[in-house]
Design a protein around this ligand. Structure first.
Ligand code: FES
Length: 105
């Protein structure tokens, strides 16, 4: 379990990159909820946190080739990526953003 920042340090609709247990993680705030998925695209070595966040569908789009990954399941819904990325449990505890390994696959 890692406390990575305050919720106030994140902007709704944007992703920020952190390192959790040695793994780069894209942490996304949507309103007052937080989501965390592995930051490296499953298609190539590209940082997902540099892509656009789709708040309505809870997805993050890889800026390189446009695959959109679910912030909930880690699965891409568009080619060229076909493999999911790891999802982490993310929650807000007393204003702190807490990330733990072991989210949905
Ligand atoms: S590198 Fe992400 S879709 Fe190609």
């Amino acid at each position: 379990m890692s406390t990575i920042c305050k919720l106030d340090e994140l902007t709704s609709g944007e992703a920020k990159k952190f390192t959790v247990d040695g793994t780069p993680v894209a942490v996304v705030r949507v309103e007052d909820k937080v989501y965390a998925i592995a930051d490296t695209c499953s298609h190539a070595n590209i940082s997902l946190s540099e892509g656009l966040v789709w708040c309505d569908s809870l997805q993050i789009e890889c800026f390189k080739h446009g695959s959109a990954f679910s912030l909930v399941t880690g699965k891409p819904d568009t080619f060229p990526a076909t493999q999911p990325v790891e999802v982490f449990n993310a929650s807000v505890v007393n204003g702190d953003v807490v990330i733990t390994r072991g989210g949905a696959q």
